[in-house]
Design a protein around this ligand. Sequence first.
Ligand SMILES: Cc1ncc(COP(=O)(O)O)c(C=O)c1O
Length: 408
Amino acid sequence: MDWHSAFARRTERMKASEIRELLKLLARPEIISFAGGIPDPALFPTKAVRSAYDAVLSDPHLAGQALQYSVSEGYEPLRSWISSYMARRGVRCGVENIVITAGSQQGLDLLGKLLLSPGDTALVTAPTYLGALQAFNAYEPRYASFSTSGTPSPANDEGERVALAYVVPDSANPTGETMEEDARRNLLDLSAAHDAPLIEDAAYEALRFEGEPQRSCQSLDIESCGDIDRSRVVYCGTFSKTLSPGLRVGWICAARDLVQKVVLAKQAADLHCATLNQIVIHRVALEQYDAQVERIVGVYSKRRDATLNALSRHMPDGVAWTRPTGGMFVWVTLPPYLDGAELLSLSLREEGVAFVPGAAFFADGGTGNALRLNYSLQSEQAIDEGIRRLSGLVARELRGTGRCAAVA
Ligand SMILES: Cc1ncc(COP(=O)(O)O)c(C=O)c1O
């Protein structure tokens, strides 16, 4: 069987990344990796998760419910907890505005399925979350970009349909940047000008280290349209960055008309999320969501500080980086003639340091001279040592040993 000729056209853009091979080296214990984008497992609320599983499975009635098929909308008490959480974030909504998804990643896939026809335009930032591009790619969109100030409106081709805009407004992956309220309003105007839904990916919203939280795009939109059922904003939330990514529980909060359609798509995809996991997430969230967020924010903010201090101390002139107020990432911009992918290959071989080259995060290829550094997994000492080594390599490359291919 020649499988390549059997695949549907939509698979053409499903490609493993070239850097994957290099990242296999991460298994080597001596490597200091800034390449991941995952939470520190030492911070998982393991005890609370274990007691929740025990409590559910030792109660015959609850166990029967937890191990049974359930509704595609999701476990109602969890949806109700989420609607209170959303109210705290300025979004008045009911359980009928919420559907549970297998992480926010499934939310992005289902939204792509519902909103994108082949050739439609998806508006994204450049760079943007790679997983969103992977989810949308299967539905064959074209991409156009907007800046994180929410402007300008890209010039449209005649007849082009802008089917959605997608943004990670808080402590974004990959840049770590948070959009100010003006930028959020600009983006809402841009989406309204195209009469397009705005997908607000709030994966890192809770991981805010300092300052007042920005108002969500959804709450700003509801303020002007009056009601979530009239809002164009589709909010994707997740418990992955706060409680556990392995339990795969996230949610979509949006107008009922959209939610009902998502429920149908969810039913077709996997019927529903694991009932047991939803019940467990609900119990753990009830018991300690805020305390857990406070705990991880305390640790990650120190690692963010260690990253920024190390960059200031060790990086040579000519290199710039973002200063995130939350989340897990710093975006480093090298001089234009250095290439991140080439640097990764040298860095792994010579310095034992890994990161993700920036080009991976652009829809249509993009800046090669950037790197994404993740700080959620390494100790403060390892962060300093890793950035010292990486900076030494960058300094050598800048002095012109010329081993990094020039970026065209
Ligand atoms: C911006 C963003 N959105 C969504 C996700 C998907 O997370 P999950 O499906 O675990 O909720 C991630 C994961 O890294 C992310 O960085």
